[in-house]
Design a binder for this molecule. Structure first.
Ligand SMILES: [Zn+2]
Length: 286
């Protein structure tokens, strides 16, 4: 298989919300904010060819399905979905994608599945030949959201995806569609049933999603204000990082604007950090 990172629409979000209870004096060193205290974050996906016979997209970013007012509120920079152009630059068209794996269904991870906002029209799905893989536990949450994260979901999306034969719900570490080429891990600290994908086994890549959205969050105590159970997330992150280090698996970050991939290590004080940072992933053979 070969792997590319592809960029969706960047966002500008409040730095305090991105770093939870972390003191500003610390996070502002790691990710300097603009004059509005906002930080620029990526919405990065992976596209993989020849994965158990499929062309697979992991995650879709935010897209541009929101109306201009909400797009502005959530700091989404471009007024159209950049994902199709990024896929095209990597050599893929929308019909090429036959599987989309979604770590969870918050709009900044799944909104790129949808057509751009047009006044008076409902959004439709973008990928004509795709089937979809979502964790079963998360699907339940998306269909019955809690008031705390209801605004993060796209109600129409669940209706569009729920066509039966094109939706595979996952409750184990493998999917029927992707076989042994992808192993799943689960975390509940950010949202119930967040699904992490390990692509290519030992020495491969792990799509860390919102468990570890970028390099600063590799440090165990750093969590996002959006996480529902930060202490649980920290415990899950430690288990995940220990497994990745033991199996020499590299981390892929969805929200780090300057780093797509890095290798986890522990420093001489035992703190988790990364090395071998790469801004993009281009036709990586696994
Ligand atoms: Zn999320």
């Amino acid at each position: 298989m070969r792997i590319w990172s592809v960029e969706g629409n960047h966002q500008r979000l409040d730095g305090g919300a991105m770093f939870g209870n972390c003191p500003p004096a610390l996070w502002q060193q790691w990710l300097p904010p603009d004059e509005f205290n906002q930080v620029r974050i990526a919405n990065r996906s992976l596209v993989v060819d020849d994965l158990n016979g499929h062309t697979v997209l992991f995650e879709t970013g935010s897209g541009a399905f929101l109306d201009p007012g909400l797009r502005n509120r959530f700091g989404i920079e471009a007024d159209h979905n950049l994902l199709p152009d990024s896929l095209s630059a990597a050599g893929f068209s929308l019909p090429d994608i036959d599987v989309v794996v979604l770590s969870h269904l918050h709009f900044d991870h799944a909104g790129g599945l949808l057509t751009d906002w047009q006044d008076g029209l409902e959004p439709e799905l973008l990928f004509p030949n795709a089937s979809y893989i979502v964790a079963a536990e998360h699907w339940e949450r998306a269909c019955r959201p809690h008031p705390r994260d209801r605004a993060s979901f796209i109600p129409r999306l669940q209706t569009l995806l729920d066509t039966g034969h094109r939706l595979e719900l996952i409750d184990s570490d493998r999917s029927v569609t992707l076989g042994n080429d992808v192993q799943f891990r689960f975390s509940d600290g950010h949202t119930p049933g967040l699904m992490l994908s390990i692509i290519g086994g030992d020495g491969g890549l792990a799509y860390c999603s919102d468990l570890i959205p970028g390099r600063p969050w590799v440090h165990l105590p750093v969590t996002m204000g959006f996480d529902r159970y930060p202490e649980q997330l920290i415990d899950e992150k430690k288990v995940f990082l220990d497994e990745m280090m033991q199996r020499k698996i590299h981390l892929v970050f969805c929200h780090d604007a300057d780093c797509a991939q890095a290798t986890p290590i522990r420093d001489d004080r035992g703190r988790y950090r990364v090395t071998d940072e790469c801004p993009t992933i281009v036709a990586l053979e696994l």
